[in-house]
Design a protein around this ligand. Structure first.
Ligand code: SF4
Ligand code: SF4
Length: 103
């Protein structure tokens, strides 16, 4: 079960508005990176910065974020990437930021 880390999927990803991570200082810092990346060169920058982009956790194994709020609800089951790639049948089925990429 491989989800591609690309601009199309990044636009569909709901992690940026997810309460599990949106109070994380680590994530807030990383969010600035997305704002700094201009639309013109996003596809090339995305290759360089994907490790630092706080989204699409189902596609990429990332460094563990330590200050997540796991009591909040993961948004993945509302996401088109999740539905299109049948991630509900994978392991883990959500909370990819905490539990690693979809397999
Ligand atoms: S399934 Fe979850 S991690 Fe993957 S793109 Fe959607 S919201 Fe982001
Ligand atoms: S993987 Fe799920 S829990 Fe983690 S930030 Fe994305 S939507 Fe929220």
């Amino acid at each position: 079960m491989e989800v591609e880390f690309n601009l199309e999927n990044l636009k569909k990803c709901l992690c940026d508005c997810c309460p599990v991570q949106n109070k994380s200082r680590c994530v807030l810092d990383k969010m600035k990176i997305i704002q700094e990346i201009s639309q013109d060169d996003l596809d090339s920058r995305i290759m360089i910065e994907e490790e630092r982009i706080p989204a699409l956790y189902c596609a990429e194994e990332k460094a563990t974020i330590t200050d997540l709020d796991s009591l909040q609800e993961c948004q993945c089951d509302k996401c088109m990437v999740w539905k299109e790639n049948n991630l509900f049948s994978g392991e883990p089925p959500g909370y990819f930021c905490r539990d690693g990429k979809a397999r």
